[in-house]
Design a protein around this ligand. Structure first.
Ligand code: G3P
Ligand code: MG
Length: 418
């Protein structure tokens, strides 16, 4: 039975107004602060709207993996669909449970893959809201998990986290903490940063971790899982210790995670995602389920009244869609600048390939400003059209191109894609 996930409590985290405040103070840690519009070699001036065409009261939110690209391969007609929206000055954002690179780096990559000029302002990744937590942990060590090499370390630093530690750093200092990863030592030593001397003695780290952030899909599940487990069983986040409260039936959660252990944040719940392989691959949700399984074996689990306390961000969470709706509001301001009376945003078409995250999220979202979100499921990713999707979209189409045409028709837009 999949572990229960609570999404709501994080609303504050999504900086409804807070992130921006923080971002304004320390501008560099605002992930979506576009350093510049990525238009390497692309001419991109705001086209004049034909007088016959009204200012759009609708917009699009595109998922990335399985809708626009599969790994680094652009999905056919995705470019044409986005370029049409740009030419028609119809606003859109990119809303992904992916991550692992800073927004500005990821949007540069995506722009060149799709050969479409895009701005970091349009991109929301699953870990983008983590930036709002940086001030809270400015004087604490945080464990950053996931992604390739040290890429998530640099994202965390860019977000404003000062004391970032990765599993590679800990393994580099304490190789015996997980002997099985010795075979990957060449990989780890290429980006591991040794822990400060005062944080290690006799090949043991004296590290105290204030929070654990899973930024992106872990690569070495075993090492990452074991270090997270060690910290969740530790005394106050001191790596290499065990809490005397573990298993104490007189305490809530049978004494587990009742002794100042670091909070555990996952950036997204995706069990499956659409990569290059023809079948969906396990995502961060697969790693979390593995951890939940080991946690159940170690603590006795639900039958002993023990749960794994964690926060899971990303789609389908209400907070992630609220964040996306705000970002869309900012993008509209930009795209519709100089258009005189801009109508209220009445409709958003959310285009996704994953029923569990994109469609469920779009269907369940309650817009605080009363905007209607309609979900469109494409068959170019996780969902391949085989069986009935678990969450029913407004419509199912072949690909993003058809999805955009469907949205345009639904909003009575005169111009057509072809
Ligand atoms: O790891 C990425 C994956 O979980 C899904 O990304 O763009 O389909 O939300 P996306
Ligand atoms: Mg997807």
């Amino acid at each position: 039975m999949a572990a229960s996930i609570s999404y709501a409590p994080l609303r504050g985290l999504y900086g409804l107004g807070r992130v921006r405040g923080v971002a304004r103070v320390v501008a560099s840690s605002n992930p979506r602060e576009p350093l510049r519009t990525i238009s390497r070699g692309f001419q991109h001036s705001a086209p004049q709207r034909s007088t016959s065409q009204a200012v759009p009261d609708f917009a699009f939110a595109f998922d990335i993996d399985g809708v626009l690209v599969r790994s680094s391969d652009p999905i056919p007609r995705a470019r044409e669909a986005l370029l049409f929206l740009q030419r028609s000055r119809i606003p859109f954002i990119l809303l992904t449970n992916g991550g692992g690179k800073h927004e500005t780096e990821r949007i540069t990559e995506l722009s060149s893959k799709l050969r479409v000029p895009l701005s970091a302002r349009q991109l929301i990744q699953s870990h983008t809201p983590f930036a709002a937590l940086a001030p809270q942990y400015h004087d604490r060590h945080v464990l950053v998990v996931g992604g390739d090499h040290g890429s998530c370390r640099s994202v965390a630093h860019a977000y404003g986290f000062q004391h970032v530690v990765t599993p590679a750093d800990i393994l580099g200092t304490t190789p015996h903490i997980w002997p099985s990863s010795a075979v990957f030592s060449a990989y780890y030593s290429s980006f591991a940063q040794p822990l400060r001397n005062d944080l290690q003695k006799h090949k043991r780290s004296l590290l105290q971790i204030g929070a654990i952030f899973v930024f992106a899909d872990p690569r070495d599940w075993a090492l990452d899982l074991h270090l997270i487990l060690d910290l969740l069983l530790s005394h106050q986040g001191h790596l290499g210790t065990r809490s005397p409260r573990n298993g104490d039936a007189s305490l809530p959660n049978r004494g587990y995670q009742q002794d100042g252990q670091p909070p555990l944040y996952f950036s997204n719940p995706d069990l499956w995602w659409a990569a290059r392989y023809h079948l969906p691959r396990l995502g961060q949700g697969g790693f979390r389920e593995a951890l939940e399984g080991v946690w159940r074996a170690v603590t006795g689990g639900e039958k002993e009244g023990v749960e794994l306390k964690k926060e899971v961000l990303g789609k389908p969470g209400q907070a992630m869609f609220e964040y996306a709706e705000r970002a869309l509001g900012e993008e509209r301001e930009e795209v519709l600048k100089g258009e005189g009376d801009v109508p209220k945003l009445r409709k958003v078409y959310v285009i996704g390939d994953n029923p569990e995250s994109d469609i469920r999220g779009g269907n369940m979202f309650e817009s605080p400003v009363g905007t209607e979100w309609e979900s469109v499921l494409v068959r170019t990713g996780v969902f391949d059209g085989g069986k009935e999707p678990a969450w029913k979209p407004k419509t199912i189409v072949k690909d993003v191109w058809e999805a955009v045409q469907w949205g345009l028709d639904r909003s009575g837009w005169k111009e057509r894609l072809e």
